[in-house]
Design a protein around this ligand. Structure first.
Ligand code: ARG
Length: 275
């Protein structure tokens, strides 16, 4: 079910690949900042045309990955769990996000004690939080989030370095009708190869009707999509997802973010959600 959303984005004005902290970041490949800006603007305008509002963070010259605002924290019901980044190159981003939330008047802000990269590794369904760990977030992060938000957290073990964040391996398409009794578990899509055998079994058990993606679509970062419950904005190269999404009643909205893929990010990485 469609709900208008509020997103947090940051223009890639200082986007570069000057360090490599995931297998996608190839220091020998040049980055075209103007193209990155144009593609990013298309994404922002796409959200607005779908009826969503977009807040913008001010870019920072020393923080090229700040464009990936999903990583700054997890905000839910007026509480924010601020990120604690795994790599020193990104430490400064946590402060930028914290200051922004405080300027917005959010006092319930807590900087995480354990390493977690915000919505990169946390996904929200109607009843639960799904929490990835293995490459970035600490295995202790799910417990910390459960305690802070008072929501059951399902911890999922990521095992393939190409899918280093949960949001490169799984996407919540529909979080179920809100506030109703017997809320659904929601609809998700995921790429099983990114998860440990035990976590794969958990996903099958919780989401027997999930859209299970092929490796080719996962490698196009197709799981790094953003759904408003009806429109699913996703990287345009993930063509194998279009029909399965339509069959489930969703409307895929393909978008080209090829420049941002050079840093290992796509649609969802560029989109923090304010709930
Ligand atoms: N270069 C960034 C990193 O490796 C990309 C972050 C992508 N963000 C995401 N939510 N998956 O940290």
């Amino acid at each position: 079910m469609y709900r208008p959303r509020r997103y947090l984005m940051c223009p890639p004005e200082h986007f570069r690949v000057t360090y490599s902290i995931n297998p996608w970041m190839d220091l020998t490949k040049p980055v075209d900042v103007r193209l990155a800006m144009a593609q990013w603007s298309d994404l922002r305008d796409c959200y607005r045309s779908l009826g969503h509002s977009v807040d913008e963070l001010t870019p920072h010259p020393d923080l090229p990955d700040l464009v990936f605002t999903a990583n700054g924290g997890l905000q839910l019901e007026d509480r924010v769990l601020g990120a604690r980044f795994a790599h020193p190159e990104r430490y400064g981003e946590a402060t930028v996000h914290e200051e922004w939330h405080r300027e917005q008047g959010r006092t319930e802000f807590q900087r995480a004690q354990h390493t977690n990269e915000g919505e990169g590794d946390f996904a929200v369904t109607a009843d639960w939080l799904l929490a990835g760990h293995g490459f970035r977030s600490s295995p202790l992060a799910p417990q910390e989030a459960q305690e802070y938000f008072g929501r059951p957290v399902i911890a999922l073990d990521l095992v393939d370095p190409r899918f280093y964040h949960l949001d490169t391996a799984l996407c919540v398409l529909d979080d179920g009708p809100d506030g109703e009794e017997g809320r659904t578990r929601g609809t998700v899509m995921y790429y099983p190869g990114a998860f440990s055998p035990g976590s794969r079994a958990v996903l099958r058990r919780l989401f027997p009707d999930a859209l299970v993606a092929a490796e080719s679509d996962a490698l196009a970062l197709g799981m790094n999509a953003v759904s408003d419950g009806h429109h699913v904005v996703l990287p345009q190269a993930a063509v194998g997802l279009l029909d399965p999404l339509r069959e489930r009643g969703f409307e895929p909205v393909p978008i080209d973010l090829s420049e941002l893929l050079k840093a290992g990010g796509s649609v969802k990485c560029c989109t923090g959600e304010l709930r």
